[in-house]
Design a protein around this ligand. Sequence first.
Ligand code: ZN
Length: 143
Amino acid sequence: MLTEIVTGISAAKQAAELVKELRDIDRSVDEATFKLKLAELTEALADTKIALSEAKIRIDELEKANSDYEAKLANSIPIGICPKCEKGKVRFESKKAVTTGRLDVYGVEKWTMACDLEGCDYSEAKIHDPAGVVPKNAKVIGR
Ligand SMILES: [Zn+2]
């Protein structure tokens, strides 16, 4: 991912330099050079776009992997004894991205925690907010 970002930044830098060169060209005298630089600029911008798109794809993959890992971790550690049956342990059961206010962009998920004792139907919702973007008492999630 770092490679894509570095490529994107260097292509963007090149584009910025080309814009500067374009400004300095006396267009009336040197139309050919102007057109050439314009073509180079278009290419540099396309490279920037491609590199950043690749980085974005990679970031999305990593976020997904991280979220799956966090869920797995939450699944392995019970959050406590079930308040209903007082025998089972409350564990992670499932997760769902929270799209309210595009909170999913920040990795906010609604996790359903449930009792692991067979026959007990206790479950509770928990907001997973890895970036800490949801205000403490927010009720945006429809718990
Ligand atoms: Zn229970």
